[in-house]
Write a protein that binds this ligand. Structure first.
Ligand SMILES: [Zn+2]
Length: 371
């Protein structure tokens, strides 16, 4: 294991941040990039990273890391230093309110121009050519803040990987994945190994999250250049939501790390011995089919359904109770699907998101992610 420290801060500042990455195996073969807790205080992700580090060190010592793995165990040292009134606050950069998992560059337009006359009929050669340009483009990024230096540093390590796993957690939730639509099939062994309750797919969620910075350019370029210049979806990038903020245990972390090692085995990056991928798993559903259940008014929140439950349209997910009058609003599912996130707070104000349900029929468009 090679450990690398990446400085994030410019000279003359008062605070100096640095990022740590661990590298296993050797370059030249298939590459996986795994990062934990881009929103900083996402402990389930950081604990899985510790379990992964132990397993990867053991595999490497046994000569069983056949590809390359980069592991970033705590992807947001800036956010880890942010606390408001004794509560960790790592989702947004407090200096400007920007979400640490939004606003990554989409290099498609620049690549369309750069790749004119450089692609052929060999898909593998096209992948190598595109990755060479991608490394150059990320290298040319000139960050002007510690937070954008962080984003560039993470993307530099991930942009040419075959697998990118961006591990997060929800406020409350059951394990689920976000992937590009063309990646559903290749992501299914990961979903089945992890026991995901939902795989949410789209060709573009809006907001430019990290996983799409690594994956979306491939299908956008394929659509632009057409079948004479084959371009596969060469990066299986997934946002992996490891349940809720307090879903923290050594047992869960060990389970999730084993599942990820199993997937690295399936993809030929490690030799983990006898890995059995469960045949049964959830069917992927379009992100455009996800219902957001938002609070129509303030009140006490009483859930009647658990995360992971299958629900039907018309069923009550939660009651919203006025704390003075006792007047109660029943918040109902509008689609059939799986309840995959809830809120950890039990007193909420108007407009807060109460739950999300993965439905199979698309009905939403525009920006599909939370802020
Ligand atoms: Zn997150």
């Amino acid at each position: 294991m090679e450990t690398i420290k990446h400085p994030l801060s410019a000279p003359h500042g008062t605070a100096h941040y640095e990022l740590t990455s661990h590298r296993f195996g050797k370059t030249g073969g298939p590459k996986a990039y795994i990062q934990a807790a881009l929103h900083a205080d996402e402990v389930p992700a950081m604990l899985v990273a510790q379990e992964l580090r132990k397993r990867l060190q053991a595999l490497e010592a046994a000569g069983k890391v056949t590809g390359e793995v980069i592991l970033v165990p705590a992807a947001n040292p800036i956010g880890l230093g942010q606390v408001i009134n004794e509560r960790p606050f790592g989702r947004f950069d407090l200096s400007n309110g920007i979400n640490f998992n939004r606003g990554y560059p989409h290099y498609c337009e620049q690549l369309k121009a750069r790749l004119q006359g450089q692609l052929g009929s060999d898909a593998d050669a096209n992948v190598r050519t595109i990755r060479r340009h991608l490394r150059e483009l990320v290298g040319q990024w000139q960050p002007t803040s510690d937070a954008t230096t962080l984003k560039k540093t993470l993307l530099e390590m991930a942009i040419d990987a075959d697998i990118v796993l961006d591990m997060h957690c929800e406020n409350e939730g059951e394990l689920h994945l976000y992937v590009g639509s063309s990646l559903c099939e290749i992501a299914q062994p990961l979903a089945n190994l992890m026991g995901a309750c939902a795989v949410l797919h789209t060709t573009g969620a809006g907001g430019e999250p990290f996983d799409e910075a690594c994956s979306r350019l491939w299908w956008d370029l394929a659509a632009h250049f057409g079948p004479d210049f084959p371009i596969p979806s060469a990066c299986m990038a997934a946002t992996v939501e490891l349940r809720g903020e307090v879903s923290v245990s050594y047992q869960l972390a060990a389970h999730d790390a084993e599942a990820i090692i199993g997937y690295l085995h399936v993809r030929g990056i490690v030799d983990a011995g006898d890995v059995k991928v469960p045949e049964q798993g959830c069917a992927p559903t379009p992100l455009e089919g996800t219902q957001r259940l938002d609070a129509p008014h303030a009140g006490m929140l009483v859930y009647l359904k658990e995360v992971g439950d299958a629900v039907r349209a018309g069923e009550v997910i939660a009651d919203l109770v006025d704390p003075v009058s006792g007047d109660t609003t029943h918040l109902k599912a509008e689609v059939d699907g799986v309840l995959f996130t809830r809120l950890a707070h039990r007193y909420i104000i108007r407009g807060m998101n109460v739950a999300k349900i993965a439905g199979s029929k698309p009905f939403r468009s525009g920006s599909l992610l939370s802020l």
